[in-house]
Design a protein around this ligand. Structure first.
Ligand code: PEP
Length: 247
């Protein structure tokens, strides 16, 4: 199963649902539809209405983040995994580089993953090296640390997806070379197998994916799908990515 996940970040109002509706209409008729899953992570404000609209359809809804506590607490503006699940989401991103740069620590990420899974949300756990790590040839060690600090065998690997998003690639138009990305994905899967045993959870790539460069990414068989930011705000651009992936 492949994944195409659209991360809207701070984008969208109720009527933006027409973007998802167009993607849904495409998916309904796509001969390849059984091969992949489409998930969108709109802002918190839209999760409930979008999840209701797509309840019996194929598009799944997730949140972009969750708070590191279980249900209710006295943290102003915080939204817990329990609250997210209760309004119909099935997934949550955890550890997106935007949130890491805003202060997500390993201890917080560990709790986020734990409580999200406890509340039956599947977790898309984001990792990625920054420009300086890459320049210093630290990519592999940084990714290893990000994985082993948070993920552990007792977690349900069937509910975990890892998204590899080099920070220097997010929103910049810059992407890794095919060889680089293949080696890195294999490295990530090797670590995941060490943590979880035989079969690795799915590993996605994220960072400036578009309808054009996906033709290169599709040649890397180790990649199980994509986390798509900018291009997910346009139905046409998002659909082009899927079309060109299966072309
Ligand atoms: C992201 O923010 O997760 C992302 C991949 O963004 P973009 O596709 O715009 O690089």
């Amino acid at each position: 199963m492949k994944y195409f996940i659209g991360n809207w970040k701070m984008f969208g109002v109720p009527k933006s649902i027409n973007i998802l509706d167009k993607v849904n209409s495409f998916h309904k008729k796509d001969k390849n539809r059984k091969k992949y899953r489409v998930i969108f992570t709109p802002p918190f404000t839209l999760i409930e209405s979008y999840a209701k609209f797509f309840k019996n359809k194929k598009i799944l809804i997730g949140s972009q983040n969750c708070f590191q506590k279980d249900r209710f607490s006295s943290n102003t503006a915080a939204i817990s995994p329990y609250m997210i699940k209760k309004v119909g989401a099935n997934y949550t991103l955890v550890g997106h580089s935007d949130n890491r740069s805003e202060g997500d620590t390993d201890a917080m990420l560990k709790n986020k993953v734990f409580f999200a899974l406890k509340n039956n949300l599947k977790v898309v756990f984001c990792i990625g090296e920054n420009k300086i790590d890459k320049r210093n040839k630290k990519t592999f060690s940084v990714l290893k640390k990000q994985l082993i600090s948070i993920l552990e065998k007792k977690l349900d690997k069937k509910k975990i997806i890892v998204a590899y998003e080099p920070v220097w690639s997010i929103g910049t138009g810059k992407i890794p070379t095919k060889i680089e990305l293949q080696k890195t994905t294999i490295h990530i899967k090797k670590i995941l197998k060490k943590i979880f045993g035989k079969k690795s959870p799915a590993v996605l790539y994220g960072g400036s994916v578009d309808g054009n460069n996906v033709k290169m990414f599709r040649e890397i068989k180790e990649i199980d799908g994509f986390l798509i930011g900018g291009a997910s705000k346009s139905a046409k651009k998002f659909i082009d990515i899927i079309k060109n992936y299966y072309r």
